[in-house]
Ligand binder design. Structure first.
Ligand SMILES: Nc1ncnc2c1ncn2[C@@H]1O[C@H](COP(=O)(O)OP(=O)(O)OP(=O)(O)O)[C@@H](O)[C@H]1O
Length: 355
């Protein structure tokens, strides 16, 4: 669990310092005051990843010194870790220095936000990111395989645009795509097996109904990538595109046998998005043996009391939760928020913050 968070020139915060109890904290405030940015800072600190952007410059405070810093301490079951991230921008706005090495033993995070509805309604890419985010936290080598696969795919796609692409060069990129892609497909298969039963339980618990949730992993190249690439080769060369491989995978979601994106009601879709995230938390805890930190952005205010209480019941009581909300009414009616600090966020400053 995270005990301190400090940030400098991050989003709308020139400086931020927070001490957080084991239970976590609730951040209240109007729209556009900085609540989400606090949760984003935690995610960048712990996972080197922002759920809102892939662009480092977007996170640097406008009018700031041209970079940002985030530091924090987390106390695990056995040890205390201290993280520090610093990004500096070069004149052209590109990051000059990364945030140091990626810590594979970084903490575990589950991000829950209203945009999770896109997991159900949106493009396959959103669901691949969902799997990738879990994969990088529980599967050793996942992040590296993904980065290598993406590099090879990018190079192959560039080459395919050439008038006369060199075949042996294309094949050498394909070899990397086959070896790294196979690791990804195997890992994603395991991840979906891990998540499925947990998501189905959460769906039942949160909806309060006997809804049968189905998760089916669809690898775009099947389980034999080499064969699939051979079969697609002519078409790929003709159309100058890469059709086969994990970059085209999907995770099919269904409720009672029907595709959830097209047939489920909005309420069912929201519940399904929550179920996927709750399942993610359980899967991380089961594999890594410690509880994730839950970053819950503006979700509870949007839920009816029945589903809100069900989610609060399903979330592990001992896990640290960081919750943002614009609505205050529900806070005093809900169980499961004991032991959490309360902070009011206004125009990039936080009441009760530390120096
Ligand atoms: N790089 C940046 N520099 C300065 N301000 C920024 C930067 N990026 C975003 N902001 C601003 O920070 C403010 C806070 O945004 P944030 O999303 O954290 O608000 P919020 O309190 O979570 O709002 P909501 O309840 O609407 O989600 C916004 O006004 C946003 O425009």
């Amino acid at each position: 669990m995270i005990r301190t968070l400090r940030a400098v020139d991050f989003r709308c915060f020139s400086g931020l310092g927070l001490e957080i109890p084991e239970g976590g904290a609730v951040f209240t405030g109007d729209n556009a005051q900085g609540k989400t940015s606090i949760l984003e800072a935690v995610c960048v600190l712990v996972r080197l990843h922002s759920p809102r952007t892939r662009k480092v410059p977007a996170m640097c405070r406008m009018g700031g010194a041209g970079g940002f810093g985030i530091a924090g301490e987390a106390w695990g079951q056995e040890r205390r870790v201290r993280w520090q991230r610093a990004f500096e921008l070069a004149v052209d706005g590109e990051p000059r220095e990364g945030a140091g090495s990626y810590l594979s033993d970084g903490g575990l995070i589950v991000w829950m936000g209203n945009e999770d509805l896109e997991l159900v309604r949106g493009a396959a890419e959103t669901r691949r990111h969902y799997l990738d985010f879990i994969g990088s936290q529980v599967e050793p080598g996942y992040r590296t395989a993904l980065a290598r696969y993406r590099r090879a795919l990018k190079a192959k796609n560039l080459l395919l645009k050439d008038l006369r692409p060199r075949e042996e060069e294309l094949r050498s990129y394909e070899e990397v795509m086959i070896s790294e892609g196979t690791l990804l497909v195997e890992a994603r298969t395991r991840l979906v097996e891990l998540i499925s039963p947990r998501a189905a339980d959460s769906q039942r618990e949160v909806s309060g109904k006997e809804e049968l949730l189905g998760l089916e992993y669809r690898p775009a190249g099947g389980h034999d990538l080499r064969l699939a690439l051979e079969q697609a080769r002519d078409r790929e060369r003709r159309q100058r595109q890469s059709f086969v491989g994990p970059h085209r995978d999907d995770l099919l979601l269904s409720i009672n046998g029907l595709p959830a994106g097209e047939f489920a009601s909005e309420g069912q879709q929201r519940t399904l998005a929550l179920a996927l995230k709750l399942a993610q938390g359980e899967a991380l805890a089961a594999v890594r043996g410690s509880l994730p930190v839950y970053l819950i952005d503006d979700v509870f205010g949007e839920l009816d009391p029945g589903r809100r209480n069900a989610v609060l019941r399903v979330l592990p009581g001992a896990a640290q939760k960081w919750i943002t909300t614009t609505h205050l009414g529900w806070l005093n009616e809900s169980a499961g928020l004991e032991g959490m600090a309360r902070f009011a966020v206004k125009a990039g400053s936080v009441a009760n913050a530390i120096d």
